[in-house]
Write a protein that binds this ligand. Structure first.
Ligand code: ADP
Ligand code: MG
Length: 530
């Protein structure tokens, strides 16, 4: 039972989108919210579901708490929010892993998947990519995800939009069946015929007030439902599925606490990897772009740039800088597109008890091995081509750790920005603004000691600076040309001062700190946004 009392909501600019809406929804009722576009249907649904709690008034469940327990609520937003590249059965398997109670055996989870496929008449489509399903099938798939655990309350935003009248009527009968089996169902709709199978209908006027709340027959009398659509409804009745029968007889809903954070992390890591390998073009770009940049480095840098016999300190500094920047750039671009296009999925899964920490760490875990491989390849190839000096494994181990930490800090920064923007286009536009300062303020093009004071302070906030200096320290640039003697007179890199003298462990700590800070920031942003 849901009690909505005097609920009001404001849009971002302060404009009122809902005013003093009060209604009560009984257990096992099917309730439709109708009204014109922009009347506030979604806003009201989100307020009741707890997706966006109301600014005024309150919503209470069963006379008590302001939200149902995670796992007992199902929420299907208007847009398709399942991964489109993934086959249907696999999508449901991951969803089952995340939603079913901890300790559910794989066989039981598989049975639950079979159950919803069957219940939603999707059995023949299980191997198909979700993106290739028809509109109605995709909508049913989106609903199937929520029905894996039988929710006690079920919210759907315009589930029948984009469906033909027969499919819409079919879907409404499915929801009727769910309600008859005990689930409270609240939905928004634009189709008058949908309302006829509901127990109650809430009509919102254009200014966000509740114009009517009551039975559909009274509503129809008051608002004159369209006759033409009624005819469609009757036409569709002939080949309808027996939704009521399916839900009345099926197994009782699963209940109990969901899986813990560690299991969530493991499952999300698997899913991220799965998604990554499914999107061939993205994968090709992820792997291909470092190879191309590496080829450019090989063409650009001359061999023996670290040999004291033929000093070229400018080249040395540039090689160090570009290696660090390469590690930074790949980390950043890998992270930048990870979250922004998945936010609706995450928002939905958060309602079922998914934690943000495991989600962010799963993203990092999938990309880490790829970054490590890219960094190792970069050092290995540059050494093999004599662009880097011959030194022991210990030195190269240090270089690798520095570069990997640089990449990880950048990856974390990318994830933070990805979590903060609303779509991939914004993330792409953020890229140059994230890169520019990491070039200008690193202290390679203009040494830190000769920067203006504000520039010097800013340079401390550039993760790249610490990577650049760490690489220089490990390669002995300090002794080579900065403070050391030179056959030609004063040290050739005197303007760099003590840039390369700091022990590399300090740089590692700073880079690790950046990574932790950005990851925590990403978690914080996601917690707020979902
Ligand atoms: N994030 C938002 N920022 C500003 N205005 C919003 C936002 N979301 C919704 N609105 C406004 O609130 C009103 C109600 O929106 P909504 O509930 O989505 O309408 P409906 O679902 O009935 O079409 C609209 O006028 C819309 O412009
Ligand atoms: Mg809406």
């Amino acid at each position: 039972m849901i009690e909505v009392r005097e609920v009001g909501q404001r849009a971002a600019g302060g404009r009122r989108t809902l005013r003093e809406v009060s209604l009560s929804i009984g257990a096992g009722e099917l309730v439709a919210i109708i009204g014109g576009s922009g009347a506030g249907k979604t806003t009201l649904l989100d307020a009741i579901a707890g997706v966006r709690p109301p600014a005024e008034g309150e919503v209470s469940y069963d006379g008590g708490g302001s939200a149902p327990a995670a796992g007992s609520l199902g929420y299907v937003p208007q847009d398709d929010i399942v991964h489109l590249e993934m086959p249907l059965r696999r999508t449901l398997r991951y969803a089952a892993g995340l939603r079913l109670p901890a300790g559910t055996s794989p066989e039981r989870a598989e049975r639950a998947v079979d159950g919803v496929l069957e219940a939603l008449a999707l059995t023949g489509r299980e191997g198909q990519r979700v993106g290739s399903l028809s509109g109605g099938e995709r909508k049913r798939a989106s609903i199937a995800v929520e029905l894996l655990t039988r929710p006690r309350v079920f919210f759907l935003d315009e589930p029948t939009s984009g469906l033909d009248p027969a499919a819409a009527a079919d879907l409404m009968r499915l929801l009727r069946g769910l309600a008859d089996a005990g689930t409270t169902v609240v939905l928004t709709t634009h189709h008058p015929p949908d309302v006829l199978v509901c127990d109650r209908v809430a009509v919102l006027s254009q200014d966000g007030r509740l114009a009517f709340y009551g039975g559909p027959r009274e509503a129809r009398e008051r608002f004159r439902a369209d006759r033409v659509e009624d005819i469609y409804l009757h036409l569709a009745e002939g080949d309808a599925h027996d939704w009521e029968g399916r839900f009345g007889a099926s197994a009782p809903p699963a209940s109990g606490p969901g899986i813990g954070p560690l299991r969530q992390w493991a499952l999300l890591t698997r899913r991220s990897l799965d998604l990554l390998t499914r999107n061939r073009l993205t994968l090709a770009v992820l792997i291909g772009s470092p190879l191309m940049v590496l080829a450019m480095f090989a063409v650009l840098f001359r061999p023996g740039a670290f040999a004291p016999e033929s000093p070229s300190p400018g080249a040395t500094v540039m090689i160090l800088f570009w290696i660090a920047f390469g590690g930074f750039f790949f980390g950043l671009t890998y992270g930048l597109l990870q979250i922004c296009n998945e936010l609706p999925v995450l928002r939905r899964e958060r309602l079922t008890g998914l934690r943000v920490g495991p989600y962010v760490l799963a993203k990092a875990a999938v990309l880490l091995p790829l970054l490590a491989a890219v960094d190792a390849l970069m050092l290995g190839v540059l050494r093999a081509l004599d662009r880097l000096p011959a030194m022991g494994w210990g030195t190269y181990g240090e270089l690798f750790v520095t570069l990997l930490l640089c990449s990880v800090a950048a990856l974390a920064l990318g994830l933070l920005v990805s979590a903060s923007v609303t779509d991939p286009a914004q993330a792409t536009m953020a890229l140059p603004m994230l890169c520019f300062p990491q070039v200008l303020f690193v202290g390679a093009i203009l040494p830190v000691p000769v920067m203006a004071a504000p520039g010097r302070w800013l340079s401390c906030a550039m993760s790249n600076r610490w990577a650049f200096e760490g690489l220089g320290h490990s390669l002995g640039v300090d002794g080579l040309w900065a403070t050391g003697r030179s056959p030609l007179g004063p040290p050739l890199l005197a303007s760099y001062g003590d840039t390369f003298s700091r022990p590399v462990a300090v740089d590692w700590a700073v880079l690790g700190g950046f990574a932790a800070l950005f990851l925590a920031g990403a978690c914080l942003v996601l917690t707020r946004r979902t």
